[in-house]
Design a protein around this ligand. Structure first.
Ligand code: URA
Ligand code: CA
Length: 436
């Protein structure tokens, strides 16, 4: 494999062999024979010319083989995993992981951190006093064996090729390529070892994919990849045009997850999507025979408090204060609570999720660069969703801040993200479709 000829082939719309893809990726990951500028040029050629199904499988397999894979086979039960392509107020993991575990599924999950306008499960979890996400492989396996679930940061040397390729994509305008996203996401999910993988592909102005068509194509390619590699994979395409949850920020999102598991927010968007995702997992795992019986089981576990107790057990097992599930005041709280009044009355016609995410980041809840610190206590409490009627002066949202100087920017972003009109509009469907 000559890197120059390899790049030229993709630039000329040729098709790579599996062997040459493997050599190119493994050499680059090992830091020998393929230079970063050559990888960058190839990524751009892929951005323009795409990849065939066999090419994408070979790429994904080579990325997996650049590092270690997790072997979950010694754990009892059916191993399930869920991945969201990311969004704002997207706290489904903290709700569905304990519910699925309480139903008998095995949830051995590795999650990520937030970046830019999107939140990350690890940052949210770490707002629970004492909680650790950097468990060793042994602690992780023991915890899952004992209580059925764990959510931790990546252990070991998982898909190092992805980290190196993503760093180049980030600075060469090649992140938004469907085959590159599909291989990046699926290499990591497949390396984590679950038998059933549910993908929550978001679309809208707070998501990677802005249109339904692109979300559908990404979902299709990821489902095909996973099935080709012998896993049970399904994708739901869900709305991320407005934030999913009501609370945005780290401790605030943990609080909303707890309140949902206490059955205190029945019918909310976040509850609806979380229950639906958990139900898909139960059906995929064969724990319930169909989606309707899965939904019934998940609802029972929610209403009975079994999901809440499992979340408390998980917090405690990871060194956190499990009592927070009974008293959310034990979570960090911001010192400044500032309502944002509606500038006029009418109907909420749209809420720009990405801008709300950036407002939360401006308050200190998120990070613009990977190394930035975050403040677990701060964030935003949304008071309305699309379709709601509001009066002038009523709070649109409430800021939770710790620094006065962060308020003006957050306020401006929120006011510019919420459109109030005269006509009532119907919100988009929470779950648009299922791809399998
Ligand atoms: N998330 C990933 O993990 N990889 C991508 O390429 C895009 C989003
Ligand atoms: Ca995420």
């Amino acid at each position: 494999m000559n890197p120059y000829q390899f790049i030229l082939k993709k630039r000329s719309c040729g098709e790579h062999t599996a062997e040459e893809i493997r050599e190119f990726i493994l050499n680059y990951a090992a830091g020998k024979g393929v230079e970063p500028y050559q990888m960058s040029a190839w990524l751009m050629a892929v951005w323009f010319n795409g990849m065939t199904v066999p090419e994408l499988s070979a790429l994904t397999q080579a990325m997996i083989d650049s590092g270690d894979s997790v072997d979950l086979s010694s754990l009892p039960g059916v191993k399930v995993d869920k991945h969201s392509t990311g969004g704002v107020g997207d706290t489904t993991t903290l709700i569905l992981a304990p519910l699925a575990a309480a139903a008998g599924a095995t949830v051995a999950k590795m999650s990520g951190r937030g970046l830019g306008h999107t939140g990350g499960t690890l940052d949210k979890l770490e707002s629970v006093p004492g909680l650790r996400t950097n468990l060793s492989a042994e602690e992780f396996m023991n915890q899952v064996r004992r209580i059925g679930c764990a959510v931790i940061s990546q252990t070991g040397n998982l898909v190092p090729a992805d980290g190196k390729m993503y760093a180049l994509r980030d600075v060469t305008a090649t992140v938004d390529s469907i085959p590159l996203i599909a291989s990046s996401v699926m290499s990591k999910k497949l390396a984590c070892g679950a038998e059933c993988i549910l993908l929550d592909v978001k679309y809208g102005r707070g998501a990677f994919m802005d249109t339904l068509e692109n979300a559908r194509e990404l979902a299709r390619r990821m489902v095909d990849l996973g099935q080709h590699m012998g896993r049970k994979v399904r994708a739901v395409i869900s709305d991320m045009d407005q934030p999913l949850g009501t609370l945005i920020g780290n401790a605030l999102e943990v609080r909303e997850a707890i309140e949902i598991l206490r059955n205190e927010r029945p019918g909310s968007a976040l509850e609806t999507v979380s229950v639906e995702l958990a139900s898909h997992l139960l059906e995929m795992a064969g724990i319930c025979p169909d989606l309707d019986s899965s939904r019934k089981k998940i609802r029972e576990l929610l209403v009975s408090g079994a999901g809440l107790r499992k979340l408390g057990e998980m917090f405690a097992a990871q060194g956190g204060n499990g009592e927070v599930v009974n008293d959310v005041n034990l979570l960090p709280q911001a010192s400044i609570i500032e309502p944002i009044p509606a500038p006029r009355g009418g109907y909420v016609t749209s809420i720009h999720a990405q801008k709300i995410g950036f407002a939360s980041t401006a308050l200190g809840a998120g990070r613009m660069r990977k190394e930035d610190p975050i403040d677990p206590a701060v964030g935003i409490e949304m008071k309305h969703r699309v379709g709601d009627k509001i009066e002038k002066g009523e709070p649109l949202a409430i800021l939770h801040a710790n620094k006065r100087e962060t308020i003006a920017e957050a306020k401006e972003l929120i006011l510019s993200s919420i459109v109030i009109g005269d006509e009532k509009v119907a919100p988009r469907k929470l779950i648009e479709e299922v791809v399998e």
